[in-house]
Design a protein. Structure first.
Length: 79
């Protein structure tokens, strides 16, 4: 029913799966107001750049309107 583990020559390898550290990491420092403001300004700048490029780029991506056929050149007047 219960299987024995194979013996391992190094005891720390055998005990590594159940080892738990008793040292807790220090708590994270909270960001200051200036750091939060800087991060939000960087984010707003990136978003504004993307929106601006989209606004300026959409007219270039729209299909070109072909000139109406009412305009004829002098060569097509049949002279």
């Amino acid at each position: 029913m219960f299987r024995r583990r194979e013996s391992v020559p190094f005891s720390f390898v055998a005990e590594a799966d159940r080892f738990r550290s008793n040292v807790t990491p220090p708590p994270r420092e909270r960001a200051s107001v200036s750091q939060l403001a800087g991060r939000s300004l960087v984010g707003l700048t990136v978003v504004a750049g993307l929106v601006g490029s989209l606004i300026l780029g959409l007219p270039a991506l729209s299909p070109v309107q072909s000139p109406s056929h009412a305009e004829q050149t002098e060569a097509s007047d049949g002279r």
